[in-house]
Design a binder for this molecule. Structure first.
Ligand SMILES: C[S@@+](CC[C@H](N)C(=O)[O-])C[C@H]1O[C@@H](n2cnc3c(N)ncnc32)[C@H](O)[C@@H]1O
Length: 204
């Protein structure tokens, strides 16, 4: 597993490069809207770094040491100040109400327990704080769901843990946030394939 994790970390930016141009608007709507004390869960290689406002204080949670190496390098390259904590999002080492903003992008598909991570994101938010998310999700269409369930075992193996078929919309809607702005849309990854995505903000 360590070797495949290492390979995934090394190839992550390359794997993403085909769709990154289409993803940028959603990085701007999440990382780009972050304010104050910010926590990103699943920082990866730091793809959101260019979009965080300069004034924000960023803490990254990232469990994978291979990703952390790249994240550290990108933080230095972009001359940003950010703290990296090697930990999983299911159990955040922070007191209640510690952050103004919590961000996840393309991460809830990959964590072991997405409901627990969303619960933790809400717990560490200050009152009125925003959980900003951009994720791919279970299709609202039965044919799409059928393909997602079929392809998931192979995809999960290839990506060292990414799930195509998580109903993250339902998870966010049932997590107890005061209000939620959520947009669902299909991201084109090249004809004829699209992937159901959500982007939005959930307020504590
Ligand atoms: C697909 S990458 C997304 C990285 C980045 N957020 C982006 O938008 O490019 C998912 C990241 O979540 C991390 N991850 C996996 N399990 C996790 C967990 N339980 N808690 C927090 N992060 C986790 C992975 O190591 C990986 O870096």
């Amino acid at each position: 597993m360590t070797f495949s994790k290492r390979l995934f970390a090394a190839g992550y930016d390359l794997l993403n490069s085909g769709v990154e141009g289409r993803v940028v608007p959603y990085r701007k709507r999440t990382a780009g809207m972050a304010r104050g004390d910010v926590l990103e869960i699943g920082g990866g290689t730091g793809a959101n770094l260019p979009y965080y406002p300069q004034a924000s204080n960023i803490v990254f949670i990232e469990p994978d040491r291979h990703m952390i190496r790249r994240l550290r390098r990108n933080i230095a390259k972009q001359k940003r100040d950010a703290i990296i904590v090697q930990q999983v999002g299911e159990s955040l080492p922070f007191a209640d109400a510690s952050f103004d903003t919590v961000v996840t992008t393309l991460t809830l598909c990959m964590v072991r327990d997405s409901d627990a991570v969303i619960r933790e994101a809400r717990r560490v938010l200050k009152p009125d704080g925003a959980f900003l998310f951009y994720e791919h999700v279970l299709s609202p269409r039965s044919r799409g769901r059928w393909w997602q369930h079929k392809l998931n075992p192979m995809w999960k193996c290839f990506t060292t843990g990414c799930n195509l078929n998580r109903d993250l919309t339902a998870s966010i809607q049932s997590a107890g946030f005061r209000s939620i702005d959520l947009e669902a849309f299909d991201l084109s990854v090249g004809l004829p394939v699209t992937i159901p995505n959500i982007v939005g903000a959930a307020y504590k």
